[in-house]
Design a protein around this ligand. Sequence first.
Ligand code: NAG
Ligand code: NAG
Length: 336
Amino acid sequence: MLFLRFFLNLLIVKQSTDLIQFQFEQFIDQFEKPYKNDPNEYIRRIKIFEKSLKKIRFLNQFRAHENSAYYGLTKYSDLSPHEFKQTVLKNHGSKLIKKKKSRRNTIESFVIPYDIPQRFDWRDQNAVSSIRDQGECGACWAYSIATTVESMVAIKTNRTLCEFSTQQLVDCSTNRGCDGGDICSTIEWMSKMNVSLETIKDYPSESIAGDCRSDSRRNGVQIRTDHLCENLVGNELQVIRMIANHGPVIATVDASTWQNYLGGIIQYHCFNNRNHAVQITGYDLTGDIPYYRVRNTWNLDFGVNGYVHIAIGDNLCGIAEEISSLDLVDIPKSFL
Ligand SMILES: *[C@@H]1O[C@H](CO)[C@@H](O)[C@H](O)[C@H]1NC(C)=O
Ligand SMILES: *[C@@H]1O[C@H](CO)[C@@H](O)[C@H](O)[C@H]1NC(C)=O
C-alpha cells in the first residue's frame, strides 16, 4: 500500500514535470526564445517559468468578475521578478521616478459623474498614434510625454497624427539616458527651456542614448509653462474629467505585477512602488468595474492590443499619484 502510494506520487510528479516541460517547449516556440539549444540557460529559464505558472495561478484566483484581470504566459514569463524590473522597467535604482508622499491615502467611494461621457477614448477621435515598443531603452517617460504631445497636436489641429521624437528627450533632457526618468521634471525642463520637440522623421529613434542633435531650425512644438503635474489620489474623478475635457494624461505606475498580464481590468495585486510611465487615453464607466484605458509601450503583443485596463477609484498601481497633462504653445503652420 505504502509502496503503491509512493509509486503513484512519483507518477504524478513525473507527469507534472513532463507537463511543465511540454508547456515550456511551446512557450519557447511561441515567443521565439533563443535558448532552446543552450542546456544551462534552458534549465535556468524553465525554473523561472515554473514559478511564473504558480504566480499566474495565484493571481487568477482573485478573479471576482468576468471582466477582472486575467493572467497567463507572456513574452516576459521567463524573467524573474528582479530581471523584469531590471530589463523591462529599467529600475536600476539610479533614476527612479520621484516618490512624492500621497496627500491622501483614503479610498474614495467612487461616484460616477453624469456630466461627462460614460465611455470615452481619444483613440476614437483619431488622436492617439499606434502602440510603440520602448525596446531596450527604458524611456517610458519619454514615450508617455512624446505621445501626449502628439495627441494634443492632433486634438488642436484635427489633422492626421504626426509622431514626435522620444529620442530627442532621451538625448537632450535633464533625464538623459535609458534608465528611467521623472515625468514632471522633464515637462518642466521642456517648458522652461522652450524645447521644440521634433518629429520622429526629423529625429528618429535609436536604442541607446546619444549626443543631443536638436536643431531649432527644424519644425517642432513647444509645451506651455502652465502644464499640470498633480497628485490626484482620492480625486480620480478629476483624472477622468481631465481626460474627457482636455486630452490624454500621463501617469506613473507600479508595473511590477504586469509581467503576466493578458487582459481584463486590474483590481488587485498592483502596488504603489512606481517604476513605469504610461498614457491614459480613455476610460469606461459603463460596466460593473469602471476602468482606465492605459496605453503601454511594450508593443502590440502585450495586454489588450498594447493596452492595460486598470480599475478607477482606488489609486491602483499608484496611478493617481502623479498625473500630468500638457498644452502646446502656438503650433507651427507646417503642422496645420
Ligand atoms: C475634424 O475633421 C473631421 C474629418 O476630417 C471632421 O468631420 C470634423 O468635423 C472635424 N472636427 C472639427 C472640430 O473641426
Ligand atoms: C523662452 O521663451 C520666453 C518667451 O519667448 C523667453 O522669455 C525666455 O527667455 C525663453 N527661455 C529660454 C531659456 O530660452
